[in-house]
Design a protein around this ligand. Structure first.
Ligand code: HEM
Length: 470
C-alpha cells in the first residue's frame, strides 16, 4: 500500500446485498475514493463534472433547461408551470440500464443529478404542499430511472448536498482566472435562477476547496505517524513536523471560516429563505411523496426498484433535503480529531449527523469510514510534545470558531427570517415558525450550538493527558 493510500479492500455495502446483480464495475467505481486525498470532496476532480448526457438521455437535460427558462416557480399554478409538469408526465420512459452497465461514474452521477433536479422542480412547483393525505405523485417515467440510478450509486432518491454543491459546478473556460488567480467556477443547476443561489453554492465550493488542503495536511500527518510508528530516533523532528502540519490544518479551517462569513456578500438572507431553501426540502413524512413504480414491472434491468427509502407500493419514507450537514468534509475533520463522539452525540430521534452520512456519495462514506480506522489512536500515539498539543488545540479552536460563525449565519438566514414572517402574521397562527427546523429537520439553533460547544470539549487538557502518557 502506498503511504497515503488509505483504502478499504472490499467494502461491505448494505446496498450491495440488496442489489446483487449490479455489475461489479459500477459498485467498485461508486466506492472508489482514491481521488479524495487529491481533490477533497469536490466532485471527482475539477475536470470530471460531466455537463452533457449521451444523446439518448438528452430529453432529461432538455426538460431541466425548460424548467429554468419557463421559469417554473415554487408552488406554481400558472399555465406555464402546469404545461411543464404535463411534459414531465408525458416524457418517454428511457431505461438507465445501459448507463449502469457501462459504469462511467461521471455520466451516472450527472444523469441522476439531472433527474433529481427534475423531481424537485416537479414536487415543489405543485400548487399543493405534499402531505400523506395530498401526496405528490411522481410519474413512473421519472421515478423509475431515478430510483435505479440512485440505487446503483448507493444514495437516496432526493436532492443531496452533493447534487447542489459537490457535483454542481464546472470550471468556466471563458474566463478562467479571478483576480486572486483562482479558477472561476460556474454553477450548473440553479432552482431559483438568482445570483444569490449561485453565490450560496460557490461559498460551499470554496469551503470544500480549502477543505481539500485540510485533507492534505491530515494525509501528511497520518503518513508521518505511520512511517515513524516504530522509530524512536529523531522523534523531536517528527514532533516539529507534526506540529507544523497541525498549524497548517488550523490555517485551512480559518480560511473556511472567512469564506463562510463571505456568504453574506452575495446571498441575501430573505432570498435564501424564501426562494432558495424551499426547493431542497425532502420528503417530510412517510407517504407525502409516492413514486409510481409502474405496477407489476417494478424492476429495472432485473433489479428491484424498492429500497430502504421506497417501499414496494412506491410510498416514500421520510428523507432529509439537501443540507451541508451532508458535507463529508466536516465529518472527516471530526473523525480525524477524534471528537465525533462529542459532536455526533445522540439527539432525540437518533444521531442526526450519523444519519446524514447515508446522504453522502458512496465514495465519501467509504472515505470517512476508512479515515476513522486510520486515525484511531492518532491522538493517543501521535501527539506527544507540548508544541503538538498546542497546535492540536489550535485546530480544535479553529473548528469551534468555524461553528460559531455558522450558528450566526444560520440564525441570520433561517431563524431571523422565520421570525420576520411570524411578526408580520398578527393572527399568531405561525408562531411555530419560531422553532424553525433546518432542511435536515433539526431544531436548528440548540442543535448547532450543541455541536459547536462539544467541539471545544475535544481540546486536550495538556497536563492531565500528558501525565497519562508518561
Ligand atoms: C446560508 C448559509 C447556511 C445556512 C442558513 C445553514 C444552515 C444550517 C442548518 C439549519 C443546519 C442544521 C442541519 C439541518 O437541519 O439542515 C446546518 C448544518 C450544517 N451546516 Fe450549514 N448553513 C449554511 C451554510 C453552510 C455552509 C456554506 C457550510 C459548509 C460548506 C455548512 C456546513 C454545515 C455543517 C457541517 C452542518 C452540520 C452541523 C455541524 O457540523 O456543525 N453550512 N446548516
Amino acid at each position: 500500500m502506498a503511504p497515503h493510500d488509505i483504502s478499504i479492500g472490499s467494502p461491505q455495502l448494505p446496498w450491495r446485498e440488496n442489489a446483487p446483480s449490479l455489475p461489479d464495475g459500477a459498485i467498485a467505481a461508486a466506492a472508489d475514493h482514491s481521488y479524495i486525498w487529491k481533490y477533497g470532496f469536490l466532485a471527482r476532480g475539477p475536470s470530471n463534472v460531466r455537463e452533457h448526457l449521451p444523446p439518448l438521455y438528452a430529453v432529461w437535460a432538455d426538460l431541466l433547461a425548460q424548467a429554468k427558462s419557463a421559469p417554473v416557480r415554487l408552488r406554481d399554478p400558472s399555465p406555464v408551470a402546469e404545461g411543464w409538469r404535463e411534459s414531465i408526465r408525458k416524457m418517454p420512459y428511457i431505461s438507465p440500464s445501459p448507463l449502469i452497465q457501462r459504469a462511467d461514474m461521471d455520466v451516472l452521477i450527472r444523469a441522476r443529478q439531472v433527474l433529481v433536479c427534475l423531481l424537485h422542480f416537479y414536487i415543489h412547483s405543485l400548487p399543493v404542499e405534499p402531505t400523506p393525505t395530498t401526496p405528490a405523485r411522481v410519474p413512473s417515467c421519472l421515478a423509475r430511472p431515478l430510483l435505479a440510478l440512485s440505487r446503483a450509486l448507493g444514495v437516496p432518491p432526493v436532492v443531496t448536498y452533493a447534487d447542489t454543491t459537490q457535483y454542481n459546478y464546472a470550471v468556466d473556460d471563458t474566463n478562467t482566472n479571478t483576480e486572486d488567480g483562482k479558477k472561476r467556477l460556474r454553477v450548473l443547476n440553479n432552482f431559483s435562477g438568482t445570483e444569490d443561489e449561485a453565490h450560496f453554492y460557490l461559498t460551499s465550493l470554496h469551503i470544500e476547496a480549502a477543505g481539500a488542503k485540510a485533507l492534505n495536511a491530515i494525509r501528511i500527518l497520518l503518513d508521518n505517524q505511520r512511517q515513524h510508528k516504530h522509530q524512536h530516533q529523531h522523534q523531536h523532528q517528527n514532533y516539529d513536523a507534526r506540529a507544523e502540519q497541525l498549524t497548517a490544518l488550523a490555517g485551512h479551517i480559518r480560511t473556511m471560516n472567512a469564506t463562510l462569513a463571505n456568504v453574506r456578500n452575495g446571498c441575501a438572507p430573505s432570498v435564501f429563505y424564501h426562494s432558495v431553501r424551499p426547493w431542497y426540502v425532502g420528503c417530510p413524512t412517510r407517504g407525502a411523496w409516492i413514486f409510481d413504480l409502474g405496477g407489476e414491472e417494478e424492476e429495472e434491468g432485473g433489479e428491484t426498484l424498492r429500497s430502504r427509502w421506497v417501499s414496494a407500493d412506491g410510498v416514500v419514507e421520510p428523507m432529509a433535503g439537501s443540507t451541508a450537514a451532508q458535507s463529508a468534509l466536516f465529518h472527516a475533520l471530526d473523525v480525524f480529531l477524534n471528537i465525533e463522539e462529542h459532536t455526533h452525540e445522540t439527539q432525540k430521534g437518533g444521531n442526526f449527523l450519523m444519519r446524514m452520512r447515508a446522504f453522502f456519495p458512496l465514495a465519501d462514506r467509504c472515505f470517512v469510514d476508512a479515515l476513522a480506522l486510520e486515525t484511531r489512536g492518532f491522538r493517543k500515539r501521535g501527539i506527544m510534545s507540548e508544541a503538538e498539543v498546542k497546535a492540536y488545540n489550535d485546530v480544535v479552536t479553529a473548528l469551534r470558531d468555524w461553528r460559531t460563525t455558522h450558528v450566526r449565519i444560520a440564525t441570520l438566514y433561517v431563524v431571523n427570517q422565520a421570525r420576520g414572517i411570524a411578526e408580520k402574521d398578527k393572527s399568531g397562527e405561525r408562531e411555530t415558525l419560531l422553532d424553525e427546523k433546518g432542511t435536515g429537520g433539526t431544531e436548528l439553533v440548540p442543535f448547532l450550538k450543541g455541536v459547536r460547544d462539544r467541539t471545544g470539549e475535544g481540546a486536550i487538557n495538556m497536563p492531565e493527558e500528558r501525565r497519562r502518557r508518561t
